[in-house]
Design a protein around this ligand. Sequence first.
Ligand SMILES: Cc1cc2nc3c(=O)[nH]c(=O)nc-3n(C[C@H](O)[C@H](O)[C@H](O)COP(=O)(O)OP(=O)(O)OC[C@H]3O[C@@H](n4cnc5c(N)ncnc54)[C@H](O)[C@@H]3O)c2cc1C
Length: 311
Amino acid sequence: MLRRVLLAASASERVRQLITTAPLTRDVVRRFVAGDSAADALTVTQRLLGEGLSVTIDYLGEDTVDPDQATAVASEYVALLELLARAGLTVGGRAEVSVKPTAVGLGLAEHGAKTAAENIGRICAAAGAAGTTVTVDMEDHTRVEATLRLVSDLRADFPDLGCVIQSYLRRSPGDCEALAVAGSRVRLCKGAYRAPDGFAFPARSEIDRCYARCLRILLDGDGYPMLATHDPRLVAIAKSRVTTIGRDPGSFEYQMLYGIRTDEQARLAAEGAQVRVYVPYGNDWYGYFMRRLAERPANLAFFLRALASRH
Ligand SMILES: Cc1cc2nc3c(=O)[nH]c(=O)nc-3n(C[C@H](O)[C@H](O)[C@H](O)COP(=O)(O)OP(=O)(O)OC[C@H]3O[C@@H](n4cnc5c(N)ncnc54)[C@H](O)[C@@H]3O)c2cc1C
């Protein structure tokens, strides 16, 4: 129930106004967001790489309604990739970028898919020049078909372009079967959005079971699985499957979010697993922050306590 309210609030302009202008909200946001600027993202990336982790950087923003804004977002990514390459952080793909399709134009009223494809193509070209990769995030269920088509088309020119599958969607095992092919980078997550029952599993237990099923399809396949979860039971299932089938530790990776279960990130890396941290930065943190609150009621309590203690 609380989760539903918070996800609804993530789309409300009034609640956005209230929360983004609340005094000292930013201190709490800082737990999940590297900072406002590319320089902040670079600093955090340097630190995480120094700790033996890899990174995927997200320039925060979504639901762009203006083509110029979509182009500006792509330009930010191009500049970021140049910055990362100059700092030597893209070697071996240790720092890559994640892009939301609606941030680069997918939701535009006219030529959305074409604009997003052009912008992501530009970002992929810059990533290629920097020696690293791009992963296209997955947004709500209304965008899934268009996003998968976009990735499939762009992979003709950029075969290492990664995509995301969400286990809360009923269709996902089928998508995993289609994507578990050589060279295919696929991030598997539970899904941070809501969808009607016809599209999505309503119960957490079903979402978890579907994750375990998708995880197995991807690990047993020929692609490069990127297992994005903080759920210890699912990490244990992945480990067990990797041991059973003898998968090389370099042939897949775990992924977690910046500021969440950092102890587990370090522990997995110390065991020799590849671990990538998703590092968001930028001013437009509202939607991302609200999804993190929705995932865990304790975060909301932390947020409210932090605000109350400052008044
Ligand atoms: C690298 C990465 C990329 C992602 N990309 C996408 C994407 O493209 N599209 C998309 O829809 N979703 C994406 N997600 C979000 C994902 O779908 C889930 O909403 C999120 O990861 C929580 O699910 P979980 O698997 O961690 O399991 P949960 O069952 O939600 O959590 C398991 C445990 O992890 C910890 N935990 C989880 N979330 C939090 C939190 N917010 N704060 C504190 N502790 C927490 C808690 O200990 C919790 O008990 C991504 C997640 C990661 C890690």
